[in-house]
Design a protein around this ligand. Structure first.
Ligand code: C2E
Ligand code: MG
Ligand code: MG
Length: 653
């Protein structure tokens, strides 16, 4: 009971409006409201104190003829002096940036000061009114009412301070008037009570409205800076933190690190399990990441699956590495989403300021470059920024620009790599592989420019060119030879791809069954995408579909049920190792027997040695592809290869 009472009193004196029936707030918000209240009062402070000093002098002059003049003079000097000192002090403290939080204790001090000043004025009617001349009494009356109104105005947002200031003046007036039985004084007393209650009522209404406005503003600022999904700070908040930290770097040389995170394979999770599950995934990841940081620092979500952290006041770069390692380790346990265990991972790029940059632009650009290298190295990699990254990222930009004009400048061409059927030792077709002859760099490998084309959307234009060229070349080949064309997942996000393929086949006048579409598993993941429906339409048309690089992705056998594939292409990494690693051989063997049961053909990619070929023959692989059979060759080379009898001789059993 007692503690409750003290608590209430403490709130009351801290200006907490809920003590007066105003809006209830938690301490953080209350502190923010106090900061706003305080800043308003400090804004008036010079004016208030000047008015006090001025009024005190006026009183001293008015009472010059009265017997109390020495006392009045001392009073006036003390009040005016104190007012000037207070005024200068608060003016000085206002120049420092406005705080976001003001403690209860600071508010208690303000209320106490208001009371002391109010009490000084409350003394005036008690001490000087009775012996003053009529003129003096008039001046005292005016000054006291003026102080009441001025105090209410100055403390209009802090009722407790307004009360602390005005109450002693009211009491002083009451004592002074009660000593005298005059009817006029009673009327004045009545007026003072009416004024006072009107003023206080005004103060309450105003302060409640003020507090609500501040709360709305806090809420609005919070939502602007918060990611609604994960409730982490968003990009805006992150940029502000980065700016603030850069300012401290400039002022005091305080070093810091920025960690940039990108979730590995988040897109696949999203596509495979759907967006609601993807959202859940992000929420859980966010809370895991947040648990890894130092207490006062917050991970921000700055993009779809990108997170970032500013580590201020960095003593050693190892501290940044330690947090990055914690981020990576936080994925060691799978996440449980809608009853499924999903394995996540993150890559991290780290920049150190000022070493790697001292502007937001440089820092983020370099963090991006470090992250890019980390991502390339595989899930869960951490990379500090290095000068090389900067060069690499500029290089990438340049390549991007050049690629945009590559189709128009006719720098792209196709090469074709044969498939050999092991059953009858016959070439059954060719895979079209894209090449880019860069005017300065020479031949750029597809592993370098296809990802850029996918990122920039150029893949649509390039892919269209590939399918047209592949079909046109196919028209010159014998009827029983097929062409296989690689497609990126991104190409299937654009439904017009179907029309493009149909048109390319029609223009080249080739039968659709001679075209094979090579896709990777990741393309089948999309629950919402149009990939499956486009592929089905192509199958209906008579084209065939092969599953490329089998074994490198999620490798779920359930994909084999999603579409009537004609072929599985076992990734070259398995073929390379199958004769040295028994588990690779086991995988290759079982994929072949599984495919046989499902009535799907198998192509072994990357066959380089005669031993590999022999082994594949033994385990009844249908077709092989690789440098041993033939490297990718130009369209002219295809004709030579098809005409050569030599090939048959070499691979005949
Ligand atoms: P992929 O579809 O798996 O193509 C097979 C890759 O393995 C080709 O590399 C080929 O030259 C290489 N290769 C073939 N036989 C051997 C061998 O015996 N040993 C070794 N070490 N490698 C062999 P390439 O031409 O550099 O293409 C790389 C990847 O780029 C392709 O992998 C494919 O995913 C992509 N790509 C190529 N052309 C296109 C295209 O037109 N469109 C799209 N979207 N992607 C393409
Ligand atoms: Mg391929
Ligand atoms: Mg492949």
């Amino acid at each position: 009971m007692r503690t409750q009472l003290t608590h209430h009193v403490a709130r009351l004196f801290a200006g907490d409006l809920s003590a007066f029936g105003g809006p209830a707030t938690d301490e953080a918000v209350a502190g923010h409201i106090r900061a706003e209240q305080m800043s308003l009062v400090l804004g008036y402070s010079v004016g208030i104190m000047l008015a006090n000093a001025c009024n005190a002098s006026v009183l001293a002059i008015a009472l010059w003829q009265s017997p109390d003049r020495i006392l009045a003079l001392i009073w006036a000097v003390v009040v005016a002096g104190a007012a000037i000192v207070f005024g200068l002090q608060s003016h000085a403290s206002r120049r420092i940036t406005k705080p976001q939080f003001v403690s209860r204790r600071a508010m208690h001090r303000l209320v106490r000061n208001a009371f002391v000043l109010g009490a000084a004025w409350g003394i005036v009617p008690v001490a000087f009114f009775a012996d003053a001349s009529t003129g003096g009494q008039l001046v005292i009356t005016c000054l006291c009412s003026g102080m009441l109104a001025g105090g209410a105005l100055a403390f209009a947002t802090i009722p407790i301070a307004a009360i602390a200031f005005t109450a002693p003046i009211f009491v002083g007036i009451a004592i002074c008037l009660s000593r005298n039985g005059d009817l006029a004084f009673l009327l004045i007393a009545f007026l003072v009570v009416v004024y006072g209650s009107v003023l206080l009522r005004g103060v309450f209404v105003n302060s409640f409205g003020f507090a609500r406005r501040v709360m709305r503003q806090i809420e609005a600022e919070r939502t602007v800076r918060q990611d609604p999904l994960t409730l982490l700070p968003n990009r805006i908040a992150f940029n502000e933190t980065l700016d603030g930290t850069l300012k401290r770097l400039a002022l005091s040389g305080e070093e810091f690190a920025v960690l940039l995170l990108d979730l590995d394979r988040f897109k696949e999770v999203n596509d495979r399990f759907g967006h609601p599950a993807g959202d859940q995934f992000l929420v859980q990841v966010a809370s895991r990441l947040q648990r890894c940081t130092r207490a006062a620092e917050h991970v921000a979500r700055i993009g779809g699956d990108e997170f970032a952290l500013v580590m201020a006041n960095l003593a050693r770069p190892e501290d940044a590495l330690e947090i990055a390692e914690r981020f990576v380790a936080s994925f060691s346990e799978p996440l449980l989403i809608e009853g499924c265990e999903i394995v996540g991972a993150t890559s991290v790029g780290i920049v150190l300021a000022p070493r790697d940059g001292n502007t937001p632009l440089d820092i983020m650009k370099n963090a991006d470059a470090a992250l890019y290298r980390a991502k390339k190295a595989g899930p869960g990699t951490i990379c500090f920024f290095e000068e090389e990254d900067d060069k690499a990222s500029r290089d990438r930009k340049a390549l991007q620009t050049d690629l945009a004009g590559a189709v128009a400048r006719d720098e792209l061409f196709l090469v074709f790599q044969p498939f050999l059927d092991l059953g009858n030792n016959r070439i059954t077709g060719f895979e079209a592989l894209l090449r880019w002859q860069h005017p300065l760099r020479g031949l750029v490998p597809p592993s370098e420019f296809i990802p850029i084309a996918e990122e920039t959307g150029l893949i649509h234009e390039i892919g269209e060119w590939v399918i047209r060229r592949a079909c046109a070349t196919l028209a010159d080949w014998p009827e029983d030879i097929r062409v296989a064309v690689n497609f990126s997942a991104a190409q299937f996000h654009n439904a017009s791809i179907l029309q493009t393929i149909v048109q390319a086949l029609a223009d080249a006048k080739v039968a659709p069954h001679r075209l094979e579409i090579e896709i990777t598993e990741s393309m089948l993941l999309s629950k919402y995408g149009s990939a499956a429906s486009i592929l089905n339409a192509l199958l209906e048309l008579g084209a065939t579909v092969a599953l490329d690089d089998f074994g490198t992705g999620f490798s779920s056998l359930t994909y084999l049920r999603k579409l009537p594939f004609s072929r599985i292409k076992i990734d070259q990494s398995f073929i390379r190792d199958m004769l040295v690693q028994p588990d690779c051989a086991a995988i290759v063997k079982s994929v072949i027997s599984l495919a046989r049961d499902l009535d799907i053909d198998v192509v072994a990619e990357g066959v380089e040695t005669a031993d590999q070929l022999e082994y594949l023959r033994q385990i009844n692989c249908d077709e092989v592809q690789g440098y041993l059979i033939g490297r990718p060759v130009s369209a002219d080379g295809v004709q030579v290869l098809l005409n050569s009898k030599k090939l048959r001789a070499i691979f005949a059993a």
